[in-house]
Design a protein around this ligand. Structure first.
Ligand code: SF4
Length: 472
């Protein structure tokens, strides 16, 4: 699955896309990983993977190496016997063990390829367990159906968000608070969002909130379940919020194939359909235009102006755009990652005068091309590679004369081969420290990202210059 062999068996076809017989080193991760991230963003929750031990080991390994935190993910530890006769016995034992060891408030259960293939009835197992053993210590159970062969980690992420909201939301009289569902952003991004809503005097439920659970302070005593996460009480309040702001547009109505058992594409859509909470879907706020839209939406909902602090951040960002234009203009960029991230990044790169030449994602569905259409003219148009893998990206790059790569650390060996810089962002980042603290969004996140891109290009030029120089 994580093949790093970079000798592709691909052939170019007429429209410059590649025809492959297999996926090698996929540009996506597995669905229960996305669900586990969401469960780590609920207060007092332990994620449980209903399937083979290898699935949870892989998820743990990826999350630990990216977040540099201990990440406990339980597993029902399927064996050959469970694959034939069902995993009910393992499920019961797994739940008992988690309750005894962790005393969680919530257990978030995600299925795997195997448990979905054999048709495990997880809601039925939860019902049986609750009927037989329920007492005061029994936690709540949330179940997300996440067969990885039906989508990516982002599908798993969305599915867990929908299942959580569907489990908790209570429809009451509309109150003044809002819901803010940021999607798959970094812990630092979530902390930044909290700061913004506090500064704008907005009462917001941010979900999922793994800003602490996956980037915690050092404690003398090990916390079995790290503190932090969206409180259950706030999740119950999502049903009577004034509005939901949701980042990411790929999971809009009619955009992606409906994969959720709840027949909606996102948690915001579920609340709109079932609790009449209006939904505002925004592109991830990367770049000035997208961030302006986010602040305008907050201002409309709250009646409060964007605070001077953020207006100053915006002003400094514009100043930086002017200062660095000569280093960036026309530079050819290859970017890859989750659909919503690469859509937002492409729009941002066009805003700063760069030239995206390849936009790749492991997701299917043609949503990237559709979302980018209003921003591109024919001359600009990058190759958009859906269902992509790193072997395909590498092969396409042979003709693209790219100046820089932007994406997670899985593209490192390509940047090394083509001898171009790689700006690491998104998930996973296995080969650097501080992935949790990377800002991607808002004026502040854009500023950091902008500086990193400019400096990567300057550093590259300096390193490869035949003469040493100190001033630019
Ligand atoms: S859920 Fe499927 S894709 Fe994910 S690790 Fe398990 S077998 Fe692999």
């Amino acid at each position: 699955m994580f093949d790093t062999n970079n000798t592709p068996t691909v052939s170019l076809i007429a429209d410059n896309r590649l025809k492959t017989s297999s996926t090698r080193n996929a540009c996506k991760l597995c669905a229960p990983l996305g669900a586990s991230l969401v469960f780590k963003g609920i207060e007092g929750c332990v994620p449980l993977i209903h399937g083979s031990q290898g699935c949870s080991t892989y998820i743990r390994r990826y999350m630990i190496s990216h977040y540099k935190e201990p990440v406990d993910i339980a597993s029902t530890n399927f064996s050959e016997e469970s694959a034939v006769f069902g995993g009910g016995a393992n499920f019961f034992t797994g739940i008992e063990n988690i309750i005894q060891q962790y005393h969680p408030k919530v257990i978030g259960i995600a299925t795997t390829c195997l448990s979905e293939t054999i048709g495990e009835d997880v809601p039925g197992l939860i019902r049986d367990y609750t009927e037989q053993y329920s007492d005061a210590s029994t936690p709540e159970f949330i179940n997300a159906s996440t067969p990885s062969y039906c989508g990516t980690h982002i599908n798993g992420f969305q599915e867990a968000c929908i299942s959580t909201v569907a489990h908790y939301a209570q429809k009451n009289d509309c109150q003044d608070h809002i819901n803010l569902f940021p999607g798959f952003v970094s812990p630092a991004d979530i902390r930044h969002l909290k700061e913004i809503v506090t500064d704008m005097n907005i009462d917001a439920t941010i979900f999922p909130d793994y800003s602490q659970t996956l980037d915690n302070v050092h404690t003398n005593e090990y916390e079995l379940i790290p503190s932090g996460g969206t409180p259950v009480k706030r999740l119950q309040m999502t049903g009577n919020a004034r509005a939901t702001i949701e980042f990411g547009t790929v999971f809009n109505k009619g955009n992606s194939r409906k994969k959720s058992i709840h027949q909606v594409n996102s948690a915001g859509e579920w609340l709109e359909t079932n609790c009449d909470v209006p939904r505002k879907a925004l592109t991830l706020p990367i770049g000035i235009e997208a961030t302006d839209r986010f602040f305008q939406t907050l201002a409309q909902l709250s009646g409060n102006e964007t605070p001077a602090k953020y207006q100053a951040e915006r002003g400094r960002l514009i100043d930086a755009y002017v200062d660095a234009h000569k280093y960036l203009f026309g530079k050819r960029v290859v970017l890859y990652g989750e659909e919503d991230l690469v859509i937002a990044l492409t729009i941002f790169l066009l805003e700063i005068g760069m030239k995206p030449v390849l936009v790749a994602s492991g997701a299917t569905g043609g949503t990237i091309k559709k979302a980018l259409a209003p921003y591109l003219n024919e001359a600009d148009e990058p190759i958009v590679a859906d269902s992509s893998d790193f072997a395909t990206i590498r092969e396409l790059m042979k003709d693209l004369k790219a100046d820089i790569l932007i994406g997670n650390s899985k593209g490192y060996y390509i940047s090394r081969e083509f001898k171009i810089p790689l700006v690491r962002l998104g998930f996973p980042i296995h080969d650097r420290l501080g992935a949790s603290r990377i800002h991607h969004i808002g004026y502040r996140g854009t500023q950091e990202l902008f500086d990193r891109i400019v400096n990567a290009l300057i550093e590259y030029k300096q390193e490869n210059s035949p003469v040493g120089y100190k001033y630019i």
